[in-house]
Design a protein around this ligand. Structure first.
Ligand code: ARG
Length: 456
């Protein structure tokens, strides 16, 4: 089969090289946006008097019909990529007039346009999925404002907190991800169309018109930059990596919480798996898999950053490597967010076990120290006194609430009966009224704020 660019060639391509260079196996994902880009380009050519009325009509009808007739079997490797495959198919449908579509256009601005359009749709879908996850987080948080649990630093019990407070910490991480995606869209909604191969064109095109027809917000002011910019892709891969990092942290906690040692959470059967050998097992496979998939998403970012490193202007075939990583990342991140949402929505938190855990630890030690401070003792000294009391408990096998007043007074004579209510973990949480703190009232306010963000 002769190539669309075959005029200058006398020998045919090596079959292995042809397959190696072809991108049709993966860039067929761009078919629908490629047709959309072609329609806008052709309409602009017509409006500028570059295409005649009947040429535009034939091309328009041909492109619209192609959209409905395309199947996985429409493509051939010999046509290399989606752009040349579609041009060949259009030619088969409407004849040689199809050849006029590529006037004032190159595959370089065409592929860049396609990628911008495809990413716009994906980023919109990912944003919607993240919003859904945030909404499920607020629903769970709403149920658990007054559920107390141990808060950790270094994975060591630190201070008791509200479960809603812990959950909402993730709400804000995903909120920042949504902000980043929204900002990314500014660079994605920018039109490279009409940049030609690299230098623009001699035809009287209107790049602003084709951009408008495609719903872009702006137009690249430099044709070299337009065809060789993939910053918007790298930026996206970075954001996607951050989303996966957030998911993997949450997954890690769920995996720990679902262990028998913790028993803080029960995952629904729909989001758990069994073991082929051990009948008793209920494994948090999906949390593990999302944690695991984070690796390939980071890999796609590093891979493509490296591909773009030191590329001279303008288009280079290296850049064809942008697609597989982006497609893989897009599928992985979107599915991970959706699966994770279902897992959280259907999970049950074991409120009694969470509360019990706060009764059997020293996470109220800060309360005791703060109490001594209210008695006029400097915090450093109070810290030392409480440290000694904790050591005493560890050595005698009890907790701070179990010490008698007599024993307390050996640590400091100013300790009186009024210390005991403060050692209650529920009190410890309730009293943390500072803005953004874990106090029940502060968390309720935080939840309201989260809901306001969701409503916007
Ligand atoms: N398949 C190519 C890609 O994905 C399209 C652009 C090809 N342009 C070129 N001058 N060879 O990057």
């Amino acid at each position: 089969m002769t190539k669309l660019w075959g005029g200058r060639f006398t020998e045919s391509a090596s079959a292995q090289a042809e397959a190696f260079g072809a991108s049709i196996t993966f860039d067929q994902k761009l078919a629908s946006v490629d047709l959309k880009g072609s329609l806008a380009h052709a309409q602009m050519l017509f409006e500028q008097g570059i295409l005649a009325q009947d040429e535009w009509t034939q091309i328009e009808q041909g492109l619209k019909q192609l959209e409905t007739t395309l199947t996985d079997h429409s493509y051939t490797l010999a046509d290399e990529d989606i752009h040349m495959n579609l041009e060949r198919l259009l030619t088969q449908q409407i004849g040689p007039v199809a050849g006029k579509l590529h006037t004032a256009r190159s595959r370089n601005d065409q592929v860049a346009t396609d990628l911008h359009l495809w990413m716009e749709q994906h980023v919109e879908a990912l944003t919607t999925a993240l919003r859904e996850l945030q909404s499920v987080i607020t629903e769970q948080a709403e149920q658990h404002i007054e559920t107390v649990m141990p808060g950790y630093t270094h994975l060591q019990r630190a201070q008791p907190i509200s479960l809603a407070h812990h959950l909402l910490a993730y709400f804000w991480m995903f909120e920042r991800d949504v902000e980043r995606l929204t900002d990314n869209q500014k660079r994605i909604r920018k039109s490279p169309l009409g940049a030609g191969a690299l230098a623009g064109t001699t035809f009287p095109i209107d790049r602003f018109r084709s951009a408008e027809l495609l719903g872009f917000e702006s137009v690249y002011p430099n044709s070299l930059d337009a065809v060789s910019d993939r910053d918007f892709v790298i930026e996206y891969l970075g954001i996607a990596s951050t989303v996966m990092m957030h998911l993997s942290r949450f997954c890690e906690e769920i995996i720990i919480w679902a262990s028998q040692e913790f028993s803080f959470i029960e995952l629904s059967d729909a989001f758990s798996t069994g073991s082929s050998m051990m009948p008793q097992k209920k494994n948090p496979d999906f949390a593990e898999l999302i944690r695991g998939k984070t690796g390939r998403v980071y890999g796609n970012l590093m891979g493509f950053l490296t591909t773009m490193k030191a590329l001279p202007l303008a288009y280079n075939k290296d850049m064809q490597e942008d697609k597989e990583g982006v497609f893989d990342t897009a599928d992985t991140v979107l599915q991970s967010v959706q699966i994770f949402t279902g897992m959280i929505e259907s999970a049950t938190f074991k409120t009694e076990a969470l509360k019990k855990a706060t009764m059997q630890d020293f996470s109220n030690a800060t309360e005791l120290a703060d109490y001594l401070v209210t008695k006029g003792i400097p915090f450093r000294e109070a810290h030392e006194i409480v440290g000694k009391a904790v050591l005493y408990c560890v050595q005698t096998g009890c907790f701070l609430k179990d010490l008698s007043l007599e024993t307390y007074q050996t640590f400091h004579p100013d300790i009186t009966e009024d210390v005991y209510p403060l050692l209650d973990p529920v009190q410890a949480v309730a009293r943390r009224t500072s803005y953004g703190g874990t106090g029940f009232a502060a968390v309720s306010k935080q939840l309201e704020l989260a809901k306001q963000h969701l409503a916007n």
